[in-house]
Write a protein that binds this ligand. Structure first.
Ligand code: ADP
Ligand code: 2DT
Ligand code: MG
Length: 216
């Protein structure tokens, strides 16, 4: 394996209970066992002051106007953006559980006329652009069988169904160029294997020899 001039930015996305956190952990371990230095992140990062407000909102402990909470989710990425860029320049591969894709579709899934996909995407412009986003695709009914809905804000069947539709709409835009769809309805091991193959493919692309770009 040739040494990389920089690390890669990898995102795992999908509906609730698609298996993101399970696969995120496994991917980090697999990349480490290939000898890569890995930094693991997740959004929302509930540990920062902004993240704590998001956490309270998701748990139903506080109310937020829909545009305001959208901008807080985006700000929560912006507060980590510098750290992500420096880690990648230092050669770390950064693996993130959810990123701006969730940011855009969950807000737009509220179906407000003044909260379109475009409006939701604009604050994300300028953030580090992922080299690849693996979208763990699962039917909401299959995900629902993986356990009862929790009590967080967006965990309803109607919301999950709309979020999936909007993920597909987003894949038809420039963001789709970085997205690889993986069937998440299979065993943990099958999904894991598919993910590592797709990630390894991207690691061999010529773009990995160039600096990380930005979401435009
Ligand atoms: P997410 O982070 O996308 O919400 P998790 O990784 O937390 O999903 O997984 C949700 C639940 O489904 C957990 O109980 C997990 O053990 C289980 N799970 C994860 N992947 C699979 C799979 N491929 N098949 C069956 N169950 C799974
Ligand atoms: P988890 O912590 O279980 O992944 O759930 N969300 C997430 C948004 O609405 N906007 C965002 O920008 C991000 C990153 C998806 C987090 C919940 O927050 C939603 C589910
Ligand atoms: Mg999770």
């Amino acid at each position: 394996m040739p040494p990389l001039s920089r690390g890669a930015l990898i995102v795992i996305e999908g509906l609730d209970r698609a298996g993101k956190s399970t696969q995120h952990a496994r991917l980090c371990q697999n990349l480490e066992s290939q000898g890569r230095r890995v930094k693991s992140l997740r959004f929302p990062d509930r540990t920062t002051p902004i993240g704590k407000s998001i956490d309270a909102y998701l748990r139903g402990e506080s109310q937020q106007e829909d545009h305001v909470i959208h901008l807080l989710f985006s700000a929560n990425r912006w507060e980590a953006a510098g750290q992500i860029r420096s880690a990648i320049e230092e050669g770390f591969t950064v693996v993130i559980d959810r990123y701006h894709y969730s940011g855009i579709v969950y807000s737009a899934a509220k179906d407000k006329v003044d909260l379109s996909l475009k409006w939701a995407r604009d604050p994300e412009i300028g953030l580090p652009r992922p080299d690849v986003c693996v979208f763990l695709d699962i039917a909401p009914e299959v995900a629902a069988k993986r356990g009862n809905f929790g009590r967080e804000k967006y965990e309803t069947s109607a919301m999950q169904k709309r979020v999936r539709e909007l993920f597909y709409e987003l894949m038809g835009t420039s963001d789709g160029l970085d997205i690889r769809v993986v069937d998440a309805g299979r065993s943990v091991e099958e999904v894991e294997q598919d993910i590592i193959e797709r990630v390894n493919d991207v690691m061999e692309q010529p773009k990995m020899a160039k600096p990380l770009t930005a979401i435009l």
